[in-house]
Write a protein that binds this ligand. Sequence first.
Ligand SMILES: C[S@@+](CC[C@H](N)C(=O)[O-])C[C@H]1O[C@@H](n2cnc3c(N)ncnc32)[C@H](O)[C@@H]1O
Length: 228
Amino acid sequence: MQRLSPRLKMAADMVREGAVAADIGTDHAYLPVFLVMSGKCPRVLATDIGAGPLCNAKSAVLNFSAADKIELRISDGLDKISPDDADDFIFAGMGGTLTAAILSRAPWIKDEAKRFIFQPMSHPEEVRAFLIKNGFKIVYENACFDLCRPYIAFCAEYSPFEAAERKDSYIYLGELFRCKNDAAAYHFTKTYKHLKNRADALEYAGLLPDEVRYIRGVLPDLKPYTKI
Ligand SMILES: C[S@@+](CC[C@H](N)C(=O)[O-])C[C@H]1O[C@@H](n2cnc3c(N)ncnc32)[C@H](O)[C@@H]1O
């Protein structure tokens, strides 16, 4: 059995048992190989924007004799993917800004039967902001350490009738505040410090007073989940 890093395993655990999955930005295809070899998914579509990464993916697929279960496809985000291709869509190892831009180009994602799994390397708040604005509900979040670095992942489903009023801080907290492990606390501490430093610097320079007010409003909600 192929072993996955804790970061990718955290994302793999959010894929539903028996789902056909699509891994967007697959690179080495570790995740698709794990999902089919473990029996969790009958088939996986592994996509990437680059021919080089898809070459890496092809080597892994051939290595594990999984060509009948893993389809490789060049695609910029979801541009060459249709709703019929998969049930669960994974975006791991990408920035949150890119992920949100990819989602915004694919209106068909508003489908209650689909699940979207995110493991953003930066700006998770941009993905959460997109999800909330577009009627998605964050089902579950988790955090882990991988080689001493904290990573987070979350999954979401379209659920327009459950849309709740959210505080400004929700895009930073998501459902991760329920996760009481050290990796989540470390993540929140990093986010808190980053936001506080930004607000202090903007205030000192007399710039963007609305943003300073916004950040100052968010910080008290984050603080209980930090190690500060
Ligand atoms: C850092 S790697 C992550 C690989 C793997 N998903 C992981 O988490 O280990 C990011 C991959 O995303 C791909 N990528 C970047 N922009 C993309 C886009 N717009 N659409 C699809 N793939 C993209 C890159 O080519 C690269 O292979």
